[in-house]
Write a protein that binds this ligand. Structure first.
Ligand code: SF4
Ligand code: FES
Length: 374
């Protein structure tokens, strides 16, 4: 065509996050720009999931401070903004870990998320890979100021594969987006509003669609867990290995969670943000056959140990190429011996027992009870 107009590629925007400048394409969110930098600079995200359209904007854990809106208009934004839903502008200056306001607000958001969330970690299958657990360690308070009754729900059976614990749900909507976007028939959703809002199936239908198991992988907490793995083991005692099989429904690339040679659980592979990994720019969702029916090592071609980047307790397990420090503590501490660092007997009145001299682990019998009245 004679009048064809040549479209020029838009220039990249420069954005500075916690004093680190990156160049990103126009239309990129602050969160995605921060992920390009990586590490602590990246705000946490409980509801945003880059592979699910429409996700984000629900949980407010990703709040950041915009200290300068753009080069053209360098005024700061008066309120903190959700970084997953705010796009960068050229010359924008953003503060995340360098902003006290953000840290304070994030602690407040965590406190709100925990208002109704039960302290189930000791019995929850998600423990060790729960984003809310990580957030609570980073920003949470020891106690709660909440004085009212927590929400309770009628127990609901949503099918043979997925266990729903509604009290743990933080209403991030990720599972409903999975059902909408990658299964062919959504039978569950968020019913009611406000304090009454809950995940439920319409007229108690079972969720058994071929790709429904991916809801378990996207759930940031333990509200949706794998029924076939329930109470079988703690994730940090299992050995995650990458494996694949020829599957006619999905990519067939998974992580097997093994104990010895037993396959206790099959999940999709996760990236450093806890999201499902992509292959050739396509998210590697896995089908229910791979997830729930292939529970023998012989069903799979084992590739090797999974690398877990997140600061999860799993990555501190014995199996993942644990690297011992090259130097001893004495070398790191300028010649001081570990005994000097760890001997609490001299300063503590509580423990009068020399634990190192006991033949086995200490039990309650080791400690003589204090005489009554003291
Ligand atoms: S069940 Fe899990 S994924 Fe679904 S809305 Fe609740 S927290 Fe989010
Ligand atoms: S991740 Fe941004 S609001 Fe939830």
């Amino acid at each position: 065509m004679a009048d064809e107009v040549k479209k020029e590629a838009p220039a990249n925007f420069k954005v500075t996050i916690d004093n680190i400048t990156v160049e990103v394409a126009p239309g990129t969110s602050i969160l995605t720009a921060a992920r390009q930098i990586g590490g602590d600079v990246t705000p946490p995200a409980m509801c945003f999931y880059s592979k699910l359209k429409g996700s984000g904007g629900k949980c407010r854990t990703c709040l950041v401070e915009v200290a300068a809106g753009s080069t053209a208009d360098p005024r700061p934004m008066p309120k903190l903004v959700a970084s997953c839903r705010t796009n960068v502008m050229d010359g924008m200056i953003v503060k995340n870990i360098t902003s006290e306001r953000v840290q304070e607000a994030r602690a407040g958001v965590v406190e709100f998320l925990l208002i109704n969330h039960p302290l189930d970690c000791p019995i929850c299958d998600q423990a060790g890979e729960c984003h809310l657990q990580d957030l609570s360690y980073e920003h949470g308070k020891e106690g709660t100021r909440y004085e009212f009754k927590r929400r309770t729900f009628e127990k609901e059976d949503i099918g043979p594969y997925i266990q729903l614990h509604m009290t743990r749900c933080i209403l991030c909507y990720r599972c409903t987006y999975v059902a909408d976007q990658i299964t062919d028939n959504r039978v569950h959703g968020i019913l009611d509003r406000g304090d009454h809002a809950e995940i439920s199936t319409y007229i108690s239908k079972a969720i058994d669609n071929d790709f429904s198991g991916n809801m378990i992988d996207v759930c940031p907490v333990g509200a949706l867990t794998d029924k076939t793995f329930r109470f079988k083991n703690r994730v940090w005692f299992t050995k995650p290995v990458d494996a694949h099989r020829d599957c006619d429904k999905c990519c067939g690339k998974v992580t097997l969670w093994q104990r010895g040679d037993d396959v206790l659980r099959v999940t999709s592979r996760k990236d450093e943000w806890g999201e499902v990994q992509s292959y050739d720019s396509k998210p590697g969702w896995i089908c229910n056959t791979c997830r729930f029916d292939k529970k023998h090592a012989k069903d799979w071609v084992i590739e090797g140990p999974t690398t877990i980047n997140r600061h999860s307790v799993i990555s501190q397990g014995h199996y993942l190429g644990l690297q011992k420090p090259k130097e001893t503590i004495a070398e790191v501490m300028g010649g001081r011996e570990p005994k000097l660092l760890m001997d609490i007997h001299g300063i503590s009145d509580v423990n009068k027992v020399e634990l190192s001299e006991l033949p086995g682990p200490a039990t309650s019998k080791t400690f003589t009870p204090a005489p009554k009245g003291e």
